[in-house]
Design a protein around this ligand. Structure first.
Ligand code: PEP
Ligand code: MN
Length: 401
């Protein structure tokens, strides 16, 4: 990500280098080459998003008023918030909703920076907005999910930021497409930007039964990490959750998966927020949420890898159980239809068709025929039993009437 540069190393340098590391922490990565007599140290400036782990970005969904932003700035002064967020231009899915205060909010953010002493980030979705962010000395911008989905817009922003020092956070696109997400990161790298991080904010899917606003699909950020091991990845727990009661659980999961930081929408008065009211929390609640999180001990990298895979397996198993539950719900509906048409519960041809298609799908996924047979015998037996129970209940209800 950031370029390496080399320094010839002697005892005089040693003193200064040690001070530099100790007092500023600025150079994070060090590599040595050369000979023992004439060593050369290679230094690389730290990506600003690695200044702290977990790195915490907090602030309201939208900058609504000067007083709201100043209140947030005061509240965060003594809190472990590393960067303050605020949406200026809000990409709303439907027209007629609050679309942000726009340019007029930019001077407020300058004050927020002065009061809190913390860097500021905003969302930009066009080259004009990126230029305004540069003009108002905003420290970082994020590319939202509705923008990272569009390579034209991402490129436009990358071109506007080229040659600047702007730090960039790339949110995943709305749809679960790892190529689009990687591509957006690559466009920023190609523009010569070095302070880059990704944000996982979940993926949209039409599923009214889902508890999430945007499904986490943890396998995708993990794949991004595999592709770019040096890229810090943050988790925007607010946009995944969509509601307050899920925040802590998702934050803990992100930390367990070794994410580098969190983005959490925080508002002085969430119930009155002009956007994303249900998922925002107060600074006080933010403090409580942070207190409840467990940080993993450093230095457990081997087991961490196993743990990461296990976390994904856990998520997938939860999805499997969810799907089996939904399948049984459909089976109950089927029992009603069968009763209406006076059909038998068990139909041999249907069972034959199930075994054939499922074993065939299994083979395509490297799952043995014997395993698929066992699995679907179990599921099918349970489906038959569920239908029998359902019928009995319906008949009992009819007899009562
Ligand atoms: C936001 O961060 O307020 C936002 C609009 O995010 P996303 O692009 O993830 O929906
Ligand atoms: Mn929001």
């Amino acid at each position: 990500m950031t370029p390496w540069f080399a320094l010839e190393y002697n005892d005089k340098h040693k003193f200064w280098l040690q001070r530099l590391f100790r007092e500023t922490g600025y150079f994070r990565q060090i590599r040595a080459t050369g000979t023992i007599k004439n060593p050369v140290v290679h230094l690389r400036p730290m990506n600003i998003f690695q200044a702290n782990k977990p790195f915490l970005i907090a602030g309201p969904c939208s900058a609504e008023s000067e007083s709201q932003m100043i209140e947030i700035a005061h509240a965060f002064r003594e809190m472990p918030v590393n960067m303050i967020r605020a949406g200026i231009w809000k990409p709303r899915s439907r027209p007629g909703h609050f679309e942000g205060r726009g340019e007029m909010a930019l001077p407020w953010l300058k004050q927020v920076k002065e009061v809190s002493g913390k860097p500021i980030c905003i969302e930009v979705a066009s080259s004009e907005q990126a230029e305004l962010a540069l003009k108002f000395q905003i420290d970082a911008i994020w590319i939202g999910a509705r923008t990272s989905v569009n390579p034209f817009m991402v490129q436009e922003i990358a071109d506007a930021l080229k040659g600047s020092e702007m730090a960039v956070l790339v949110k995943n696109p709305v749809n679960p497409d790892i190529e689009l997400w990687s591509g957006a990161v690559e466009r920023m790298l190609e523009a010569g930007l070095t302070n880059i991080a990704a944000i996982h904010r979940g993926f949209s899917a039409y599923d009214p039964t889902s508890v999430y606003r945007n499904k986490p699909m943890w396998a995708l950020p993990i794949e991004l990490h595999r592709r770019y091991p040096e890229l810090p990845i943050f988790c925007d727990i607010s946009h995944i959750s969509g509601k307050r009661n899920l925040l802590a659980e998702i934050a803990q999961r992100a930390l367990d998966l070794d994410f580098d930081g969190l983005m959490i929408e925080t508002h002085p008065d969430p119930d009155q927020a002009l956007s994303d009211s249900a998922q925002q929390i107060t600074p006080r609640q933010l403090g409580q949420l942070l207190d409840g999180l467990t940080l993993r001990r450093a230095g457990k990298f081997d087991s961490l890898e196993i743990e990461q895979i296990r976390q994904v397996i856990d998520t997938m198993d939860a999805e499997v159980v969810d799907i089996v539950g939904k399948r049984m719900e459909l089976v109950r509906q089927l029992a009603h239809v069968k009763l209406k048409h006076n059909m038998p519960i068990f139909q041999k041809e249907r069972w034959q068709e199930i075994i054939e298609s499922r074993t065939h799908w299994g083979l395509k996924n490297q799952l043995k025929e014997k395993f698929m047979l066992k699995l679907f015998e179990l599921i099918h037996d349970q489906s038959i039993q569920t239908q029998i129970d359902e019928l009995q209940q319906m008949q009992q209800a009819e007899n009562k009437d």
